[in-house]
Design a protein around this ligand. Sequence first.
Ligand code: SF4
Length: 379
Amino acid sequence: MSPAPSIPSFEQGPIRPPSEAHSLLVRVIRNCTWNRCTFCPVYKGTKSSQRPLEDVLADVEAMAAAAAVLRAEGRGALHGGRLPQEAFQVMLFLHGGERHVFLQDADPLAVRPEKLAAVIARVRERFPTVDRVTTYGRASTLARRTAAQLGLLREAGLTRVHLGLESGADEVLMAIDKGCTSGDLIAAGTNAVQAGLELCFYLMPGLGGREQATAHVAGSARVIRAVATAAPAERPLVVRLRTAAVVPGTPLAARQAAGEFVLPDDVEVAQELRDLLEELGDARLELRSDHALNLLPGLEGSLPVDRERLLGMLDGFLALPREQQARFAVGARLGLFGEIGDLDDPVRTARLESQFVGYEQPDADELLAAATALRARFI
Ligand code: SF4
């Protein structure tokens, strides 16, 4: 009997949001069309290029073939040499119930809407159990898309857009070279939610640096409030927190080295978040803290219902003696602490203290600086 034919390889981009861990990843466009944001290391040194429709459709067919083999033969099929390495993500997709698909890379919405709709339609055809198709999108692209174009994508099966808000303050957007204004962000967000799409904004507390922290909070609250108001009750805006980090080799790291940017520490970021919650007022949205970059994973809920609880959580941290704040920040970055009450856990605190054995005891400022620097490890 001749051996079964091997499944052709297919492309996969470098990143996806954490919420897409079990998604099929379909690469529609390569890298980032903008590629200038000062904090972002992901596509630096690469060029963006569109992929021919037939290549993307061929990838979808290859993924469908890989899925069929994995369903029939199980995980062991990954080691038989017939499946490309990329099929590991297909296995995660099967594990997740074959429900979610994520379009890559940074801005698939920059692709002609008819072409993108054809990709989504093929995905839906080959994977009929899928109930969520999501994509990254840049604000400047989404702000230009008409209701008819977004309607076409929604009809084809697009359900959600992930959009890097980063900040809603024009001076911060300018400083990080985001390539869009707060007006673009409001237009982009409003276009998405009014077209019947779910929208996730990614907000980066701390990205204004110490100097622009106040403007960062005020501008971000203004954009979030505007888009949250435009979103229907059944599909509220989702805001996901990504605490700012400085990654070596980025333009932001060069600004930091030149003394032009100071990254706020965890105490300052907690104060920013407290101010943000105050400024959001009665805005209706879902707040998520789904990344290891964030100090408090529990800082999530439905606003405004959960606002007082979340303010209480931040106040609990801000009221700690500075020494305790610093120890909590380091413990959180080392994965030892998840909530403030963990400071009372003798096992966890002993594990933290064991990190300092043999060293001169660092003071609170040194510990906070260490916790701030550790953020870059999570990018
Ligand atoms: S648009 Fe997104 S992927 Fe592109 S440089 Fe900015 S943050 Fe990075």
